[in-house]
Design a protein around this ligand. Structure first.
Ligand code: MFK
Length: 269
């Protein structure tokens, strides 16, 4: 049986689980991560600190000890008709049924929210295990559904392309009735960064160039379409267009340079 708890209760359960970790003798702290992740075995696999393994174990324990983080990229009641329609359009191509009724991966893949996405990136699996229970992109921190960044990302590995369906909530206001340029830049950085991560493993944005062509109305849904321009050593070049939902109007265009980083760089080593 699957029990879906209201957000408040889930928070309580998470706190309780954290409390249990503490009672059991260790709190998961950044220092704790840093010390332990440097312990590499000769084969290059990580010796995870016991606290992380405990957290992972708890993620598969039955309720009330399980605290699988919420996937923010799934539809919720704030999603408008455009958002839902485009979600269905891409989601229906994530899994396809063959003639003999077998289910297979389609050309698109929906990326879940959180740093769970990192596991799809080359070499990202260990990083994912370490940070997924701690980190959350700030775009997901506005609790009221529909008030901030509502979005879902789909990637197409074959075409080295990715799309994001984004509905901008009222808290993202810049010019009256329209989305703030910084909020648009945030989404561009997030989606191009996600795409670069998917293609190249852990990266950081080194350069982002943005041209704003036409304003985006608050509450509207737009499409961010990203493609790989080229890869050169540690550099991944990605471009991005923000358009209305039928791609007939260009709102914003951007190019980004992402540099592959080591785990040490990301964790301040
Ligand atoms: C699933 C997960 C989804 C995640 C999505 C969210 C994505 C969010 C992404 C972000 O917002 S990351 C946060 C914003 N970015 C930063 O804070 C990065 C700060 N900068 C750095 O940490 C370093 O400058 C950086 C890692 C980008 C590069 O430092 P390095 O020491 O690794 O590289 P280095 O400076 O040696 O440069 C390597 C090459 O890149 C080139 N380069 C570096 N920065 C550049 C730049 N800004 N423009 C053009 N080229 C640049 C540099 O010239 C050189 O070229 P060559 O090899 O050809 O000589």
């Amino acid at each position: 049986m699957k029990v879906i708890l209201p957000a408040k209760t889930r928070g309580g359960v998470q706190q309780m689980a954290r409390g249990l970790c503490q009672i059991m003798g260790r709190e998961i702290s950044k220092g704790n991560f840093n010390t332990n992740i440097r312990q590499m075995t000769p084969r290059g696999t990580l010796q995870l600190p016991w606290s992380i393994n405990s957290v992972r174990t708890m993620a598969v324990l039955p309720w009330p000890f399980s605290f699988q983080p919420r996937d923010f990229s799934l539809p919720n009641s704030s999603w408008g008709s455009d958002m839902r329609r485009l979600y269905e359009h891409y989601n229906s191509q994530c899994e396809v049924e063959t003639d003999d009724g077998e289910k297979k991966w389609g050309v698109w893949r929906r990326l879940p929210s959180y740093n769970r996405s990192l596991k799809y990136a080359t070499g990202g699996v260990y990083l994912s295990k370490i940070i997924q229970s701690k980190a959350r992109l700030f775009t997901r921190n506005i609790r009221a559904q529909g008030a901030g960044f509502e979005y879902v990302v789909f990637v197409n590995k074959q075409e080295q392309k990715c799309v994001c369906v984004f509905q901008a909530g009222h808290l993202l206001e810049g010019p009256p009735g329209h989305v703030h340029g910084g909020a648009i830049a945030t989404m561009i950085d997030t989606v191009t960064g996600t795409h670069a991560t998917y293609l190249s493993g852990p990266v950081m944005t080194a350069n982002l160039n943005i041209n704003y062509r036409s304003p985006i109305s608050l509450g509207s849904t737009v499409l961010l379409t990203c493609s790989l321009d080229k890869k050169e050593g540690r550099k991944t070049f990605v471009s991005c267009q923000v358009t209305n939902t039928d791609s007939s109007k260009l709102h914003t265009e951007a190019t980004g340079l992402f540099l592959s980083i080591t785990m040490g760089h990301l964790l301040g080593g």
